[in-house]
Design a protein around this ligand. Structure first.
Ligand SMILES: [Zn+2]
Length: 512
């Protein structure tokens, strides 16, 4: 009897311990991620579906890459429309509805007016109780030719050692397809899609998204009215680790024209007797920044947002290797001496770059010309809270002031074009929480929270015009070479990225 009782107690104790451990484990896993064990099982099924269908997903990317939708050449806009149609058909096959929004016409440099390819506005079945996610993407590409130095045909997706080479593979056809495949994984496994999905897909991103800003304003009260979150997957990771992007720099481009004598002169004849436009211009350009990269235009950097302790800490977790970057760039040292300072210089501080001089003699040889007119070109990458019109005013005043000290008889004209305002998102917004959980779910690591040093106007435009939260959730690798020869996406990033989007859709439904 007593032996039986001891056995009973021992079994009950073990059962209790097991039950306690199970409860404890599920509690602690739900504190690191909101996914319940049931959700983990569901995600597993989605991921399994994605793994099982990866060859089909690669084949679909091959079909999309084969369309030469180079938007930079308006004679290929027919191909842009063809890929937009293929995108629309795919969405319709999946049960979505598609609207082609007319964005008007465009005047070519020749004066000829041509109609712009439309923008796709699509949505899947809607449930007013669910949050609504709007996905932005583009299906046009940069030009690509074998003679530019591609090792494989840029429009025939070619897999070599786990990399899928082709124009548009990473920018942006691969990520657009990955979003559609993530939705497909829910449908095919008969899971309810936990958020409403809308898509806005364009075919003119690579030339500056003609008509998109106006369209955004026009559909702000209709298409965007019920949107809670906007996600953009049109950039890449900064290192080998997955990332969420929360900021981009803006830019302004300046032209400094110095106009002098009537004609180009011989330096043997006029040299020494006239004030040369080129020396004026060199003095003006030389006044813009010092050898440490500091911008010398008075007041231009006054409004740069101060660095908070929270923001500073974000830079500790970025696995950026200073030595490797030096060797990639082929430089002995950067202007900053630590990883953190280099990243801040690229992402959260302004920079000024001098790009060229138009009208100057630039051929080989020793032509002894005095150019009559030269135009210097430079740009300033801007960050929050700089205001591009204010920067433009300060730059013009500075250049006029420097020019006045030269006592030059030449004429100075400074003009500017504003590229885009800087963008920064609130990292505490629920969609960043969902994004971080989804990255952990798929990659088992925390994402690096990064910014882009370059200018991606779309994020700021959407945030400013719609007032909605915008996040950039890249899946491309840091070495994908967007816009370059041999652009690629790895099969790993393409397929795991599809899983990331599926997990993100789920995590997003938990945070709202
Ligand atoms: Zn792109």
């Amino acid at each position: 009897m007593s032996g039986t009782w001891t056995l009973f107690v021992s079994i009950m104790t073990k059962l209790f311990v097991v039950a306690f451990l199970l409860l404890h484990t599920s509690a602690s896993s739900s504190s690191s991620s909101s996914s319940s064990p049931g959700a983990a099982g569901m995600l597993k099924q989605l991921f399994q579906y994605i793994d099982d269908h990866q060859n089909q997903f690669v084949q679909r990317l091959r079909e999309w890459v084969a369309v030469q939708s180079d938007s930079g050449d308006h004679t290929k806009w027919g191909e842009v429309e063809r890929i937009l149609n293929m995108t629309a058909v795919r969405i319709q096959e999946m049960g979505g509805t598609v609207d082609f929004a007319d964005v008007g016409t465009h005047q070519l440099p020749s004066g000829e007016t041509v109609p712009l390819p439309p923008v796709i506005l699509a949505e899947f079945e809607k449930d007013p109780k669910k949050a609504t996610l709007c996905i932005y993407g583009h299906v046009d590409v940069q030009p690509a030719k074998m003679v530019d130095g591609w090792t494989t045909d840029p429009f025939n997706l070619t897999e070599i050692k786990g990399n899928l080479y082709g124009r548009g593979a990473t920018d942006n056809k691969g990520p657009v397809l990955a979003w559609l495949h993530a939705v497909e994984s829910y449908q095919a496994t008969e899971k309810e899609i936990p958020v409403n999905i809308k898509l806005i897909i364009e075919g003119l991103e690579e030339v500056g998204s003609y008509g998109l800003l106006e369209l955004t304003r026009k559909i702000n009260d209709s298409f965007f009215a019920d949107v809670d979150f906007i996600v953009i997957s049109d950039n890449v990771w900064a290192t080998r680790n997955p990332a969420l992007t929360y900021g981009t720099r803006g830019s302004s481009y300046f032209f400094v024209e110095v106009d002098g004598p009537k004609l180009d002169f011989h330096s043997g004849v006029y040299g020494g007797s006239i004030q040369e436009p080129m020396s004026d211009l060199i003095a003006l350009l030389g006044s813009l920044l010092d050898h440490t990269g500091k911008i010398l235009v008075p007041g231009v950097t006054d409004d740069v947002a101060p660095l908070t302790e929270d923001e500073r800490k974000l830079y500790d977790n970025i696995s950026f290797d200073l030595e490797e970057m030096k060797s990639v760039a082929g430089v002995k040292h950067f202007l900053q001496d630590t990883k953190e300072k280099v990243l801040m210089a690229r992402w959260r501080n302004p920079s000024l770059s001098i790009h060229g001089i138009q009208g100057a003699f630039s051929e080989p040889g020793t032509k002894t010309v005095i150019p009559k007119q030269v135009t210097g070109k430079f740009s300033i990458r801007q960050v929050p809270n700089m205001d591009p019109p204010d920067v433009e005013r300060k730059v013009k005043e500075h250049l006029q002031q420097v020019f006045s000290t030269l006592k030059s008889p030449n004429r100075l004209r400074v003009t500017a074009t504003v590229g885009a305002k800087p963008w920064v998102a609130n990292l505490k917004n629920p969609q960043y929480v969902a994004g971080q959980r989804a990255v952990r779910e798929v990659f088992g690591v925390d994402p690096e929270l990064i910014r882009e040093g370059s200018t991606i106007p779309i994020a700021q435009n959407f945030q400013e015009e719609t007032g909605k939260s915008v996040m950039m959730l890249p899946i491309g690798g840091h070495d994908d070479g967007e816009h370059s020869q041999n652009e690629k996406i790895s099969r790993y990033n393409y397929i795991e990225g599809t899983k990331l989007f599926a997990a993100y859709i789920y995590e997003l439904s938990l945070v709202k």
